[in-house]
Design a protein around this ligand. Structure first.
Ligand code: HEM
Length: 507
């Protein structure tokens, strides 16, 4: 025991010699929380601190938590590749516990057996290449509905289309199709658009995304956990309950159908989750696990594709020669007699270069999901205490002037490889941050890529887009509190393929 204590003392002396990354001087107990409260939005406050200190890694103390924002690819690699095992946990917070029904899920669940169990289920059972193939027709159904809906909106209106709305509901439709094999919870809408239920559902999913890691004071001072100063808990409770209001009766009914033998054939992810068995042939997942994992998947798949496509189209409407290049590629690969198919994706390198550029310049949130250090460690010669929350800043990395030439310019060409081989949205060097890497990296690279490319390619190949008359140059201002576009992208659309291509969708 004595030797152990001496060793511990020695290593703690060593680590104390090392400094924490630079950051504002913290107050006792509360750290920099007062500054955080006084400098909303927190994202901009943290960006300003790093800019003022000219640092690529910082330390901001919120209560007793060291928050470590990072904008350097090499430091990100040190954290997510070299020391991946140390940084493989997630924060404990009221919000993540509530949304995951007590950490029963994958993405927001801290490192441990439950996370391992659920991640294995996702990787092996829901998104394996074989399962991806199995779900192909369902994805195509929603890709067709996307074109059908936009076509109807143009035909029945003045040609103006809210492309944020379209992208969000394509994401919502797709995830409901994969999870529950349905587009509508209620009667839906004949033109292919959302009904009142889907509008409520998608709004609730987006509210959860926005508030789950929203820097609530009570998450950093556990003795204040009963308070809800910012109102985040109220919003999260309401949004989570709205999602459950739609999901849970379907899940309950389906479990009942499998148990009483009225359902025997798997059609979607929900059937797969219910049918999993343990070594004794008992259900592998409890009803609570299925409910919370389904909620998390719905939340986690919503935001990236629509945000990426909205920004990329906005940038390209302001630089029509780029839009023309993408259309040219699509016309060469696909022609004008049919719609884009998933099998075209490997050949659409310019299209993928545009989407990569969107992920570099305009990721939906600057902060990646926090990674928590499970022991004291050293990164970039700085001391990182156990329990620190590392926030890889996706936009900080993507716009880092040390890494990218003219970092604020939208230039898809920078991603094109000379050998013309199949470009992907992945960045193994972390010089941009799309799916992450390592133990906590996104397991759904194929699905995420497919959804994003299909949304963009179908919109650009199926329709001609120009800015609306009242906004000849698309306003590229970001919302203050996060990196989404301040104003939804509305553009003037016109079908560009022969009428029969759209009419086939109506039959
Ligand atoms: C374009 C679409 C998508 C993008 C850009 C994306 C990006 C990300 C990112 C950045 C992370 C966090 C990585 C980290 O913590 O270091 C993540 C985690 C995750 N994503 Fe995705 N994602 C996408 C789509 C999806 C889809 C469709 C699913 C469906 C199953 C999914 C499932 C997950 C899961 C389960 C995790 C958590 C992994 C863990 O904590 O172990 N993602 N994703």
């Amino acid at each position: 025991l004595l030797i152990k204590l001496l060793k511990l003392n020695d290593s703690s002396k060593k680590s104390k010699k090392l400094r924490l990354p630079p950051g504002p001087k913290p107050w006792p107990i509360i750290g920099n929380l007062l500054e955080m409260i006084a400098n909303k939005p927190t994202l901009r406050w943290i960006q300003n601190i790093m800019n003022d200190l000219k640092t690529e890694i910082a330390c901001i103390q919120l209560g007793n938590v060291h928050v470590i924002p990072v904008i350097s690819p090499s430091i990100a690699r040190e954290i997510l590749m070299k020391q991946d095992a140390i940084f493989a946990s997630r924060p404990l917070s009221w919000s993540s516990k509530y949304v995951s029904s007590g950490y029963l899920t994958t993405t927001i669940t801290p490192f441990g057996e439950q996370w391992k169990k659920m991640k294995r289920v996702i990787v092996e059972e829901l998104i394996s290449p074989k399962r991806h193939q199995w779900l192909h027709d369902k994805r195509m159904e929603e890709a067709d509905n996307l074109v059908h809906y936009v076509y109807n909106q143009i035909k029945n209106g003045n040609g103006l289309v809210d492309l944020r709305h379209v992208g969000q509901h394509y994401g919502g439709n797709l995830i409901r199709r994969l999870l529950f094999n349905k587009r509508y919870f209620g009667n839906g809408s004949e033109d292919g658009g959302p009904g009142a239920e889907e509008l409520e559902y998608v709004d609730a999913l987006l509210l959860v995304v926005r508030h789950i890691y929203a820097f609530s004071v009570s998450d950093y001072l556990p003795w204040l956990r009963w308070f809800d100063f910012e109102g985040h808990k109220k919003i999260l409770k309401k949004a989570t309950n709205t999602i459950k209001k739609y999901n849970d009766p379907i899940i309950k009914e389906r479990i009942h159908q499998w148990r009483n033998g009225t359902r025997t054939h798997q059609e979607d992810w929900l059937d797969v989750l219910i049918s999993l068995k343990d070594a004794n042939n008992n259900p592998f997942l409890t009803m609570e696990e299925i409910k919370s994992q389904i909620l998390e998947i719905a939340v986690g798949t919503m935001d990236n594709p629509y945000n990426n496509v909205e920004w990329v189209l906005s940038e390209m409407l302001n630089q029509p020669e780029m839009l023309q290049k993408a259309i040219q590629e699509l016309d060469i690969v696909v022609g004008k007699e049919r719609l884009v198919q998933e099998s075209d994706i490997p050949k659409l390198n310019y299209v993928k270069a545009c989407l990569r550029e969107g992920f570099r310049l305009h990721p939906i949130v600057d902060f990646n999901i926090p990674h928590v250090s499970m022991k004291d460690t050293i990164v970039a010669n700085y001391f990182i205490p156990k329990g620190s929350h590392v926030l890889i800043r996706r936009q900080g990395i993507g716009q880092n002037p040390r890494v990218w030439e003219e970092p604020l310019k939208f230039k898809p060409e920078r991603h094109l490889k000379k050998d013309g081989c199949n470009l992907t949205l992945v960045e193994p060097n972390l010089e941009l941050f799309t799916f992450g890497i390592g133990r906590r990296g996104c397991p759904a690279i194929i699905l995420g890529t497919t959804v994003t490319v299909m949304l963009f390619a179908r919109l650009v190949h199926g329709f001609t887009w120009i800015p609306p008359p009242n906004e000849p140059v698309i306003d590229l201002t970001e919302l203050g509190r996060d990196t989404t576009k301040a104003k939804p992208l509305v553009a003037l659309g016109k079908p560009r393929l022969p009428a029969k291509v759209y009419h086939q969708l109506m039959n």
